[in-house]
Design a protein around this ligand. Sequence first.
Ligand SMILES: [Ca+2]
Ligand SMILES: [Ca+2]
Length: 214
Amino acid sequence: MKLLLIFAIASVSWAQAAITITRTCLPSVVKPGATLTCTDTMSGGNTSTTGPAGVQWQFTPSQAMGTPAATAGAAAIAAGKSVSSNSSGLILVSGINQNLIADGVLAVVTYQVPLSASCPGNSPCLVFNPSNAVGSTIGGGAIAVTINPTLAVSVSNFCDLNADGAVNSADVAIEVTAVLNGTAADRNGDTKTNVQDVVLIDVAAAGGACLATK
Ligand SMILES: [Ca+2]
Ligand SMILES: [Ca+2]
């Protein structure tokens, strides 16, 4: 009897357990105009109890990032679910079946980083703020969703040649080496690699604006 009671309590606690969604993005330092690929992974699900059968969540970027494109991740595909999304960043994982979703990648979301995006000092400043997160049991009941710590991505610029989030002498050295070695490293778009390109990196490394265009 005592064992049965313990089992019953354990079952109730499973039914009420929250699931967690964690977002990771690559690259961690992205350049304007490049593609940022974010992977949204679920943990804490249980295919022998509540699932979930469907999940929704939203990430709102802290600066304009255009309309994200979301595709189904391995865990969603395995459960026969598809992924829908809108321009606000709302992501919906659902499917015409009675399957429960196992832990794993629910969605892969890509953003085309606008040329206007930037982070002052190249410190991580692009944050994805979560909202609207909830899961559903097969009966339409709510499953709480926790979003793991908010991720911050750095938007670098065309003068951060080694993509370490800072523009300094290391980047200048890369450009100087390219000029000396005759390696293509055009920064002003004239198709030549020469002192003009070095100067653009020099100025940025000295604290000026990065005027490199590629
Ligand atoms: Ca750098
Ligand atoms: Ca050039």
